[in-house]
Design a protein around this ligand. Sequence first.
Ligand code: GSH
Length: 249
Amino acid sequence: MSFKNIPKEFAPAPRGITLYSLGTSNGVKISIALSLLNLPYTLHIIDISKNIQKEPWFVEINPNGRIPAILDIDESGNVTNVWESAAILLYLVDKYDKKHKISFPRGSPEYLESLEWLIFQVAGVGPMQGQAGHFKFYAPEQIPYGVKRYTEETRRLYSVLEKQLTDNGSGFLVGDHISIADVATVGWVSVSYSLGIDLAKEFPAVHDWVQRVIDTPGVYEGFNAHGTWRGFTQGPWKAPQTPTLSDQK
Ligand SMILES: N[C@@H](CCC(=O)N[C@@H](CS)C(=O)NCC(=O)O)C(=O)O
């Protein structure tokens, strides 16, 4: 693919990673991972309310016409195009996380576990919570059954997270440190207040985990890369008390 049709204002940087995204629960996954890995990147905000993601040039980058997507251009000008948030996270750690800061070595039990929780997010938490939000806020007619079904299914999935966090005991979903499993999930769980889910009361381990992930240096910046994350302005989350990446610079 030549990507010749990309409009000038959305042109990728000549070298390195260009991220096409927005501050949504799927969008922040990638900016958080890039921030945790301390990788420089060029960001193009895609305004999905204007359907930029459905324009032909964007559909060449993501055939599904959704954010996020990346282009990564190497020294020789070879372009790697990745779309679907979990595929992007896996690509980033495979290529740039040699020290396993947010991943685990291939072949280890934690590697497999992190895949399981990553896929649990993209196949479970994201779609179910997304539908709950759709029925509650965007459906042209109010269908109480739809709101109830998807909100209750979101709660059920959170109970699975609650058990995993309690059983794992490290404070993170997998192994002894933050990983792409946490990164993929936190953007969704951190806005669950809008569905009327009271994490502190209903899922205390999940509640504490969200704040712990936010407090991990780099995460706060990643959340805010596209503008202040609504979880910080409307939700119960606090800016980290511990030094953040930008404080350290
Ligand atoms: N499974 C996809 C979901 C991506 C997705 O649903 N993105 C939303 C924003 S959070 C989007 O682009 N919506 C606009 C649209 O559907 O046209 C992923 O994980 O990357």
